[in-house]
Ligand binder design. Structure first.
Ligand code: MN
Length: 227
């Protein structure tokens, strides 16, 4: 099992490039050494829309993609694919890339068993799972190729005006449903919900786009911080 290191950084739900430049700026600071870490967790949906087998979609986030590729040569990067960014294994060959079906992934933090995933795995429903499978399929993505520019342009326009920050009514209930799948874990760390809340052993990471914060491991504990 991989140990979560002191000073590890968790960046979730930046929804770049539509919801601010915070993600790109953070990557630049990591590259220049202004911010330092040995271990980076990219928790999914840091890109508002990015998937593999597609050149056109990469043009929207070229600089950030290049920086992640460069950083992954120097530091350990764990990339949890989200519902907005997936099929990324070939794009980020030096990152540990975890597709949805591989999540949650077990880690260890100060002797605790930690389960990490983007956060859209459980308590979502059958149709969502089916949709995710189809959309993450190399064949589907290739079939859509002739229409890709118009589909992607349209999708990007829609996403750029989408409201993504909100407080989740009855979040505790959703957390309870998710935690049924985690009887063995001491700690569950997820993004996806943009809540920046801790509910029992469940940590809902801040969204970099909404709260402007990331998770940092300090003295064996995950804290939310503005960097
Ligand atoms: Mn998500």
């Amino acid at each position: 099992m991989i140990e979560i290191k002191e000073n590890a950084l968790f960046i979730a739900d930046s929804h770049y490039p539509h919801h601010g430049d915070a993600f790109l700026e953070l990557l630049q600071k990591l590259d220049s050494g202004t911010i330092q870490t040995r271990q980076l967790f990219l928790m999914g949906d840091n890109f508002d829309l990015l998937f593999g087998y597609n050149e056109f979609i990469q043009t929207f986030s070229h600089e950030a993609i290049t920086l992640i590729q460069k950083l992954s040569q120097k530091i350990e990067i764990h990339y949890f694919e989200g519902n907005h960014d997936f099929c990324l294994e070939e794009l980020f060959p030096s990152c540990h890339v975890y597709p949805r079906e591989m999540q949650p992934v077990r880690f260890e933090l100060a002797g605790k068993k930690v389960a990490i995933s983007h956060g859209d795995k459980y308590a979502t429903g059958f149709l969502y799972t089916l949709y995710c499978k189809a959309l993450r399929n190399k064949i589907t993505l290739n079939l859509l190729k002739p229409f890709e520019k118009s589909i992607i342009t349209h999708r990007m326009q829609k996403l750029s005006s989408k409201q993504i920050c909100f407080s989740f009514d009855g979040f505790e209930k959703r957390v309870a449903a998710i935690l049924k799948h985690y009887t063995e874990a001491d700690l569950v760390i997820e993004g996806h919900f943009h809540q920046a809340r801790v509910v029992g052993k469940y940590i809902s990471l801040p969204s970099l786009a909404c709260q402007g914060k990331v998770g940092v491991v300090e003295e064996g504990t995950l804290v939310f911080k503005r960097l």
